[in-house]
Ligand binder design. Structure first.
Ligand code: DNO
Length: 397
């Protein structure tokens, strides 16, 4: 017998329209949470952590994973505040560990977290999905943001299709696209202005992928020894989308990148969040193969599916449909669990969450964060747990 993956659900905290009570009906036992009200770079005090932990536990859940303790730009660009922010980061890890929370997700995307052009893309059955529409991204970059140098990044055909797309938009649609692209950190409703965004972009002048990788290695070398002592497992989330946008480098997008992360400082505390949705937006990612080759480093699983389109666009599909073979992924995750069990590891019940879901049925009546509807995610979780059970039974495990 191999234990089940730990079924978790992201909750954005007391302001989330999805309540813990609602989540308790999904079958999830673990909560994925962060203190979104504390600005990136500041210390999460033990008191604030405990306050949140009490709320989660009073509703009958475990706070399984922190997603995320964000890494401030000063660390990514090696700015003057880097050392102070690294110290603060370690302090936060100490406090999380003291509260018994040991899995910490983060990402290393410059300026933006995940980005979508459309947060209400209607599928033929009336469900609403998230979408990254490549012509919308090109049009935004070239004609709305008017980023210097943007024309060098796109082919003449892409530029033409961007212009056509832009001309098809009403004023209101241009505002909507701008707000979607400029959305701030998850768990906040902040939207950057174009001027603010340009200010952030200019901080990255001269920071190319090589420099960003070096800055990430510096960060990991500084925090992982403490994380190890504290029993904390860090797990970086891949870039979403997994390619450079707005002239910003992206360095956690491919299997090679994942290898570079774990090799920067080999340690159980230096691990990965395996996100099939993010990595799956690239046609050249071999997701089942990544599980086979790098699964030992996974501390957290985000399982969702995207449907890729020929021009680089993608939209979020049902969890078991889309371009990723979720059966093959799940099978290799189960085999990874078996390897861990055989090796005497105790982290067999890897926390898994359905990640984004469609808006379905009554979801339209709630003002939830994009991708974080309750019924859509419940459907995803239900499908995934069924798939897991089927795979395990069929393998006699
Ligand atoms: C999107 C999420 C990401 C993720 C962060 C991790 O829904 O998967 O926002 O939380 O990138 O740091």
């Amino acid at each position: 017998m191999i234990s089940n993956l730990e079924q978790t659900f992201r909750w954005y905290g007391p302001n989330d329209a999805v309540t813990l009570k609602a989540i308790s009906q999904t079958g999830a036992t673990g909560i994925v949470n962060a203190l979104h009200h504390i600005p990136s770079g500041e210390v999460w005090s033990l008191e604030e952590i405990k306050k949140r932990k009490d709320i989660i536990e009073a509703a009958g859940f475990k706070w399984s994973v922190v997603e995320s303790v964000n890494v401030p730009d000063s660390i990514k660009i090696a700015g003057p505040d880097r050392e102070r922010h690294i110290k603060n980061y370690i302090e936060t890890l100490k406090n999380l560990s003291a509260a018994g929370i040991k899995i910490v997700c983060y990402n290393f995307m410059p300026v933006l977290d995940w980005t979508r052009s459309d947060i209400d893309y209607h599928l033929p059955n009336g469900a609403s999905a998230l979408r990254f529409h490549a012509p919308a991204w090109w049009a935004f970059d070239l004609y709305i943001l008017e980023r210097p140098g943007a024309f060098n990044d796109f082919t003449p055909a892409q530029q033409e299709s961007a212009k056509k797309y832009l001309d098809s938009l009403s004023k209101q649609e241009i505002t909507r696209l701008t707000n979607n692209m400029m959305a701030g950190l998850p768990g906040t409703k902040d939207v950057m202005t174009i001027a603010q965004f340009k200010g952030f972009l200019s901080k990255y002048d001269g920071v190319d992928a090589k420099t960003l990788k070096a800055n990430m290695a510096y960060f990991l070398q500084a925090i992982i020894p403490d994380a190890e002592k504290l029993g904390i497992k860090m797990c970086v989330h891949p870039d979403d989308p997994p390619f450079p946008i707005f002239g910003l480098p992206r360095i956690v997008s491919t299997e090679k990148d994942l290898n570079d992360v774990v090799n920067a400082i080999p340690s159980t505390s230096n691990g990965l969040t395996f996100c099939t949705g993010s990595l799956g937006a690239r046609g050249d990612s071999d997701l089942p193969g990544i599980v086979e080759r790098l699964g030992q480093h996974f501390h957290f699983l985000h399982l969702r599916n995207v449907k890729r389109e020929p021009d680089g666009s993608f939209y979020e599909d049902n969890h078991l449909e889309g371009s990723t073979d979720m059966y093959a992924v799940m099978k290799n995750i189960v085999l990874e669990q078996q390897k861990r069990q055989d090796a005497g590891r105790t982290d067999i019940a890897i926390p898994m969450r359905p990640d984004h879901g469609h808006k379905l049925l009554d979801d339209f009546n709630y003002n939830t964060f994009p991708g974080y509807s309750v019924i859509g995610r419940l459907k995803g979780l239900a499908e995934l747990r069924g798939l897991e059970m089927g795979v395990k039974r069929s393998l006699g495990l």
